[in-house]
Write a protein that binds this ligand. Sequence first.
Ligand code: FE
Ligand code: ZN
Length: 256
Amino acid sequence: MKIIPIACLEDNYAYLLVCEQTNDAVIVDPSEAAPVQNVIDKECVTLKAIWNTHHHWDHTNGNQKLYDCYPRLTVAGHVSDSKRIPLINQCLDNNDTLSVGKEIVATVLHTPGHTLGAVSYYLEKDRALFTGDTLFGAGCGRLFEGTPAMLHQSLMTLSQLPPETNVYCGHEYTYNNLKFAAVIDPTNTMIQQRSKSLEKQPCSIPFSIKIEQQTNPFLRTTSHSVVDTVCRQFTLSNPHPVDVFAALRKWKDTYA
Ligand code: FE
Ligand code: ZN
């Protein structure tokens, strides 16, 4: 199985997954059709399915054009988005299994918070995880529809996957997210190292669950230094991890 990141729009990523035995392919989150179509043509693969992580325009806008080109396409998304994802014809729920060709097998993880129908696609055999706008490099999505408790739980689920899992997220925000992370967790040298490595090579994709556990403040809501910073900023004492998470999310929403 091969994974090809495709830069779309300003800072979005779509991902083409290719079964190398059959040349069947899946596209995750086609925010626009043209760049995806170019890669499909270049690779000479047969597009079989669209897997959307959530209903937002910048993850689904290519659905219609691709469907027009490939009328037997499967279009998958969470069941609660059955009226919001364009052309959806396969409704998913937590723990469903998807497969395309002989090599592409994914488990659906319902990870609500950014939106209520947000899902992540976990390919255990290939150690790959597609998180849409739930988990970003050193950050997480905004709370548009869910509660802090929901998104915190979703992120805990993802952070408990094997540390060597490679994460492919929906946007390239990692470098900027690390600036916020450094404010929250100022003594964490891993944050500085990660930031430095991106100065030479700005594409952060993929990154591991392990480096997220080490540097993402939204996953580190029980770490002493993160809790200390949040307590000082919001004058809290002994906050629950969900309260730490909620405070961080609120702070990040208005952080320059
Ligand atoms: Fe989104
Ligand atoms: Zn997005």
